[in-house]
Write a protein that binds this ligand. Sequence first.
Ligand code: 56B
Length: 360
Amino acid sequence: CRLLCGGALLAKHLPRRRAMEAFLSPKDSAKFIAENSQDVLVEEQGVRKVAEALFDKVSAKEFSLAGWKSLHELNPQAVSDDAVNWVFLADTLNFSFWSEHEDRKCLVKYRGKMYSGYWSLCAAINRALDAGIPITSAAYYATMTLEQVRHVFRSDTDVPMPLIEERHRILNETGTILLEKFGGSFVTCVKMSEKSALKLLRIVVENFPSYRDEATFKGTMVSFYKRAQILVADTWSALEGKGDGCFGDISSLTIFADYRIPQVLVHLGAMRYSDELMRKLHEGVMFQSGDKQEVEIRGCSIWCCGLICDHLLELYKKKGQNMSERINAVLLDYYLWDYARDHREDMKDIPIHRVRCIYY
Ligand SMILES: Nc1nc2c(c(CN[C@H]3C=C[C@H](O)[C@@H]3O)cn2[C@@H]2O[C@H](COP(=O)(O)O)[C@@H](O)[C@H]2O)c(=O)[nH]1
């Protein structure tokens, strides 16, 4: 333990580049957490059931790369540098939209429609662009004032978007780095990745501090990199898996450990919380990022979805079909996240875990 703790201390003093190597990858982190978890359990039988239920869904548009654009009108529809920089801005701010009370939340009206949660962020970005505010330009958001950020991300209810001060700090920090190191465009990072999802993930985590979604669990340094991984995935989607976005190793990504995926996995019976944890969730207990039970929820969600993918591939293999191009954690995640959005009512007996942080 002393060596491991020493390792943790050491990582604090290593330059970030080597420190990242000190952390287990999200996939290895998930395995380690699931093997040692006490309050969150992955249900093998439930995993099998979910994979079988998804078997016929794999060929649907909800499970396809094209669905990212065709199902979501707020997402950029063009394959362009602007679309890549839109994705970079959106995923830099893609965290913590949940509200204390379901009936009092931040809503953003865009082109006559009201949007909540993550979509309220996207609606605010597009509202600003329509108003001639260059919100996706690093040269602009690197020096935005808090007042300008409050204005661009203003709510159309009396409930503001959560963590607006953190969003301001992160915009200035991230914009400055993108200008100083990458010519002000995330396209530079994408080209540097040479069509590798894992290389792009490393570039993002090493250069942009707000993406360093890491924790210590039982003395071991673990990582989730939720926003970094979804940034790579959304870049892949915006570029339609072509050109610079033709990532040969996209299947190496895990699902993105947010607060919706755990909820839907428990709802579907693939994962289970201990009575003690369920009681805390029902009471609306606030967790801190890095708490033991919060890490178990996130790690087991990643591990659980990896098993669902494996089982789905196995089911097709038994039918003589290799579906490795159509089934991966990214597409499973998108499907489950959209499913969770569309089945909010059915899932109301499974509370989300409440954390206010900049990582998810
Ligand atoms: N695992 C996962 N988590 C995701 C997303 C997205 C949206 N992703 C884009 C990619 C595909 C879609 O087409 C979207 O364009 C947001 N989130 C997370 O959810 C939470 C917000 O939830 P609610 O309060 O209900 O809006 C918050 O932690 C946010 O970080 C996803 O896809 N997967």
